[in-house]
Write a protein that binds this ligand. Structure first.
Ligand SMILES: [Zn+2]
Length: 203
């Protein structure tokens, strides 16, 4: 299987990008954040709650709308195609409201929640990356966070080779998105816009 990093040009000239209305950002601190299954440290902050009001900078909307913080919005057409072709990796699609200036748009878009895979970076293959180490503290081998984590959780997890996500995040690079060949083919076959140029193959 070939794998790719999705490395978008967020501020594309051609397609809209999105930003969250700052006055609307709310977090639910009662929901436990996503934690590393190996050492137990928090991987993400508190869960972002609605209302999901997003401002786009132009009306030309691709099937994917990128933006900050961590926006990966998808069109209704994208969601239907994912369901039809059983694309794995999205744990949730949450409908958002789109605005251009003060005008509410009719287009239906969804914020995605994307699963973490147990896949890890192979540093031996990735020659160009300098590995940052802090020798004074133990480092978790899955999320790569330093510190005095609970590193004896090894026996509770296993690396399930059968669990293959088509699109996924990995614990040690939380801001990045990855996918497999199946997802690339899916986007190509369904003419999904604003993603095709952003697949960087991983060797
Ligand atoms: Zn960890």
């Amino acid at each position: 299987m070939n794998y790719y990093k999705i490395d978008p040009d967020i501020f594309s000239e051609k397609w809209a990008y999105g930003e969250v209305y700052s006055k609307c950002i709310k977090y639910d601190h009662t929901i436990k954040p996503i934690t590393c299954p190996l050492c137990g440290r928090d991987i993400e902050g508190s869960k972002w709650l609605g209302t999901y009001d997003i401002i786009v900078n132009k009306k030309k909307l691709g099937d994917i709308i990128y933006g900050i913080p961590n926006l990966f919005l998808v069109s209704e057409r994208f969601v239907s195609a994912c369901r039809k072709f059983n694309i794995k990796g999205f744990s949730n699609f949450i409908e958002v409201n789109l605005y251009y200036r003060s005008e509410k748009l009719d287009d239906r878009y969804f914020q995605t929640e994307i699963n973490y895979s147990m896949k890890k970076v192979d540093f031996a293959k990735e020659q160009n990356r300098k590995r940052v180490t802090n020798k004074s503290l133990p480092k978790c081998s899955l999320c790569m966070k330093s510190g005095n984590g609970d590193l004896d959780n090894w026996k509770k997890i296993y690396f399930n080779e059968d669990l293959e996500f088509d699109i996924f995040k990995i614990y040690e690079r939380r801001g990045e998105l990855y996918c497999n060949q199946n997802f690339v083919d899916f986007c190509r076959n369904n003419d999904i816009t604003n993603i095709g140029n952003y697949f960087k193959e991983i060797y």
